[in-house]
Design a protein around this ligand. Structure first.
Ligand code: SF4
Length: 432
């Protein structure tokens, strides 16, 4: 058995780069250091169906076809659609994403990633009021106050706490005892059980609580006995902790991007962080979900100037979340052809979007059987980045890390598949 060291985990935005893979006969048979989620991505789950050949739906049944035939069919779906949508991107590497942007331009498509159902509201918030961010290293070495607002890292980013809170840092030699941990969540979660202060607010009232904290921070009084279900004494106590921080960090997640207020919650959280810098040093980091959701927004921004929901219909990139997001286009029934890559909207989108997906032709570049592949007309299985292919990914706070290839495969990479579809779409467009 061979041990491959310094492997990067292709699962969550924590992007752990200290994984050891146990390899036998060109198969990953075990891991060291990975959490349970990362481990199960590396090790083939027993019974999970892995596609090895391209499939095309003919008379309602999937039949195996050559790669050329699958590419041809995929290119025609994009080129023949009036309002194609290219969605996903967060579980592949930056090189594939860059080809995707070129393909979207050629096909006059809308290109969008999982941010539009995840931290898209955070992007809107930071475009309004700024982005006071730092890296994990600064948190580990300096942070004495750590806030997790609307996120449950014990379940969603399992090694985040051990790397950022329990870890011993240069100025925080004792690790966890040197830090005050605050968790803001309506539920008693496994993360809140570890907290020094748990603000158990009423669901959907984050904006009010953020506003109350800013009110006290700016020297004003709270006029009510409680705000968002949190007693005002606890709010005053929390503000004292926050403003006395030597270095504070606010991690935030779906609890505030998905609840009432959405991007306005983030807007206020960013303003709170800015306000805190009058007394303390404070930063924030969004708990980005997939391992390379950040990478797509980076690539898309440097290629065309906008991070997601980019519409190439007129040939010039336009950006209008609310109109050019995947759910907007599906639910308004504008989209008439869709390419899905490295994502599973069939499993994650709301019913109304799925109803539209069921009506239109879909291409899935996807290694496993998923609800999306069940709805697809073409399935092209790629090599999996981080295990069978290398590439660049961006950690949640924007640190780029090179993903490693651990085992070999005959399958094409996402980038190669997209390049071939791009060539074909160019041919079709030239012949029109
Ligand atoms: S915390 Fe995230 S990146 Fe780290 S091993 Fe677990 S799933 Fe992978």
């Amino acid at each position: 058995m061979e041990l491959v060291k310094n492997v990067v985990c292709p699962f969550c935005g924590t992007l752990c780069d200290d994984i050891i893979c146990k390899v036998e006969n060109n198969e990953i048979v075990g891991t060291m250091n990975a959490c349970i989620i990362g481990h199960s991505k590396f090790v083939h789950t027993e019974g999970a169906e892995r596609f090895t050949k391209p499939l095309v739906r003919k008379n309602g049944e999937f039949v195996e076809v050559t790669m050329d035939e699958a590419i041809d069919k995929a290119a025609h779906i994009l080129a023949d659609s009036k309002r194609p949508l290219m969605y996903g991107w967060s579980c592949t590497d930056c090189d594939a994403q860059a080809v995707g942007v070129k393909l979207a331009e050629e096909a006059k498509a809308c290109i969008d990633n999982t941010a539009s159902v995840c931290h898209g509201p955070s992007v809107l918030g930071l475009q309004d009021v700024g982005y006071p961010i730092c890296t994990f290293g600064e948190v580990k070495n300096r942070a004495d106050v750590v806030v997790y607002w609307g996120c449950n890292p014990m379940h969603a980013h399992p090694r985040h706490l051990s790397r950022n809170v329990f870890a011993r840092g240069f100025f925080r030699e004792r690790g966890r005892p040197d830090r005050t941990l605050i968790v803001v969540d309506p539920r008693k979660t496994d993360s809140s059980k570890l907290a020094d202060i748990h603000l158990q607010l009423d669901f959907d009232h984050d904006y009010e609580l953020l506003d109350a904290i800013r009110t006290v921070l700016l020297g004003n009084d709270i006029l009510y006995d409680e705000v968002a279900g949190v007693p005002k004494e606890l709010i005053y106590e929390t503000v004292e902790v926050l403003k006395n921080a030597q270095f504070g960090i606010l991690f935030f997640g779906m609890g505030i991007t998905h609840s009432r207020g959405k991007h306005r919650n983030i807007d206020t959280a960013i303003c709170l962080t800015t306000d805190l810098n009058r007394n303390a040093k404070f930063n924030l980091i969004p708990m980005r979900g997939h391992y390379n959701v950040t990478g797509f927004n980076q690539v898309c921004t440097w290629e065309v100037g906008y991070p997601y929901c980019v519409d190439f219909a007129t040939g010039t990139p336009r950006y209008n979340p609310g109109e050019s997001g995947s759910n907007d286009l599906l639910q308004s029934k504008e989209t008439d052809g869709m390419l899905v890559i490295a994502s599973d909207p069939g499993g994650n989108f709301p019913q109304k979007a799925l109803e539209r997906m069921a009506e239109i032709p879909i291409v899935a570049i996807e290694p496993h059987r998923t609800p999306t592949t069940e709805m697809s007309d073409v399935i092209i299985p790629p090599a999996i980045v981080g295990m069978q292919a290398e590439g660049t990914a961006y950690r949640m706070e924007g640190v780029p890390i090179r993903m490693r290839k651990v085992v070999d495969t005959d399958l094409l990479t996402d980038r190669e598949i997209l390049e071939r579809i791009l060539e074909k779409v160019k041919e079709i467009n030239a012949s029109k």
